[in-house]
Design a protein around this ligand. Structure first.
Ligand SMILES: NC(=O)c1ccc[n+]([C@@H]2O[C@H](COP(=O)([O-])OP(=O)(O)OC[C@H]3O[C@@H](n4cnc5c(N)ncnc54)[C@H](O)[C@@H]3O)[C@@H](O)[C@H]2O)c1
Length: 414
């Protein structure tokens, strides 16, 4: 959010949070009831989530809100009979909606998060939870003051690999883990920019509510390239840190039960995608955590050979999770999770391969609404992983090591 808008948003959110107790409670659902769902922002990811929610037997999609006519029409084709609208506040006014899925661009997550909770709805909010640290604080506080079920779109929190890792750590097989290496590598075809999407001919000022997209940011006139390719610009995005690192850092934080980092460093730059974007394509991050753990994450858009993975290095064993470059989105890449003993400390130890199944992350949210339980990717891991992501980006932009206290005090930069 732009500074003025952000101040206004935080002020309104503070008033809203104080008034939460006065909001109407959501409809009371039993374990056999169908959960009526709305969606805000049905672009590429929203279409995936729309398909997912249609597959959940005890959920019913009733309405979507999107600022772009093309997206509303596409959603209607996929789910005939739903209502469509441009303004998310109209959707939140609908009394018969129990839960809302937010898959809008990053810079508007906080607005949609807070508005949804204030309207008394349960929430599934795509990662990264927010665009900035102050917004993450506000969203956490708002969620904590309500009894609404919040799931963050960190679907790896529902993975079998995480369940296996947690069990091996709990059983003491890894011993003392002091270091975690993680990486994510992708390649880009010559002549094409990673993430760059063509602008459809109907992406015009008539068909897009540009002001609603900007949500108070300075208006320099309708820019269809930025509207479609918002990921490339700091004003709307946190780059690959908030797009992909956040998935892996959340997984590592949950596996090791880690809080926010105590400090972050980040190097890299725009080395391969020289197309006018602002966010780096080549990245090395170091995150220091209390209790003597350091985590590294490195990423490129220029080579995909090593795919994506995490290695947890312990005194008694190594846990290695490896998968292909696009597995988080498609689920189609090969994936392995293995434990290898350190013979010096576990001479009798044997290599283990994980066998736990992935849970359906969307169904987990719907089930938790019915049973009033905490979902796999609660607001807490949404918050901790968002803080880690923003600390890395602040360190990169300020070109220095940044502590947690410094990051919390920093003014978010567009
Ligand atoms: N969990 C995952 O694996 C995963 C994968 C991809 C993307 N994502 C996340 O999903 C989110 C959306 O990404 P995307 O690639 O679908 O982007 P997108 O640009 O394709 O879709 C965003 C949609 O939001 C709409 N929109 C913009 N402003 C709006 C507003 N004020 N109100 C309502 N609708 C609005 C746009 O018209 C568009 O249809 C991002 O936060 C991204 O990080 C998550």
């Amino acid at each position: 959010m732009a500074a003025n808008t952000r101040r206004e948003f935080l002020k309104q959110a503070a008033i809203g949070a104080a008034a939460l107790a006065a909001y109407p409670p959501p409809s009371v659902l039993g374990s056999n009831d169908r959960v009526r769902v709305g969606m805000i922002g049905v672009g590429d990811r929203g279409e995936d989530l729309l398909k997912q929610v249609l597959q959940v037997p005890n959920a019913q999609l009733v309405a979507i809100a999107d600022v772009y006519t093309r997206r509303r029409e596409a959603a209607k084709q996929m789910a005939p009979g739903i209502q469509t609208m441009d303004d998310h506040r109209r959707l939140l006014d609908m009394k018969d909606i129990d839960g809302v899925i937010v898959a809008s661009p990053l810079h508007i997550h906080a607005r949609h998060f807070v508005d949804t909770i204030k309207a008394g709805k349960h929430l599934y909010c795509e990662k990264t939870m927010t665009w900035s640290i102050p917004e993450a604080e506000e969203c956490l506080a708002t969620a904590k003051k309500s009894d609404r079920v919040v799931q963050i779109g960190l679907q790896r929190e529902s993975s079998g690999s995480l369940a296996d890792t947690r069990k091996w750590i709990k059983d003491g097989l890894a011993g003392r883990i002091t270091q975690v290496e993680s990486w994510m590598s992708r390649n880009t075809a010559h002549g094409k920019g990673q993430w760059v999407r063509p602008v459809p001919s109907d992406c015009t000022a008539q068909n897009v509510d540009w002001k609603a997209f900007l949500d108070g940011r300075p208006d320099h006139g309708f820019d269809p390239y930025k509207f479609i390719n918002w990921r490339l610009f700091w004003e709307f995005s946190g780059g690959n840190i908030t797009e992909n690192m956040v998935h892996q850092i959340a997984w590592i934080q949950t596996a090791l039960d880690l809080p926010e980092p105590s400090a972050a460093c980040m190097s890299g730059g725009i080395f391969s995608e020289k197309d006018g974007r602002e966010v780096p394509d080549t990245i090395v991050v170091t995150l220091e955590f209390p209790e003597d753990v350091v985590v590294t994450w490195q990423s490129t858009f220029n080579n995909s050979h090593y795919g994506l993975g995490e290695r947890l290095l312990g005194s008694d064993g190594t846990i290695e999770h490896v998968s292909g470059a696009t597995d988080m989105v498609t689920g189609r890449s090969p994936e392995t999770i293995r434990y290898c003993p350190e013979k010096v400390n576990r001479p009798e130890g044997i290599v283990l391969t994980g066998a736990s199944k992935n849970q359906n992350h969307m169904a987990n949210w719907i089930d938790c609404i019915c049973c009033r339980q905490t979902p796999n990717a609660s607001v807490d891991i949404g918050y901790r992983s968002a803080i880690a992501a923003h600390m890395a980006n602040i360190a990169y932009r300020e070109k220095r090591r940044v502590t947690l206290a410094e990051a919390k005090a920093a003014v978010p930069q567009s």
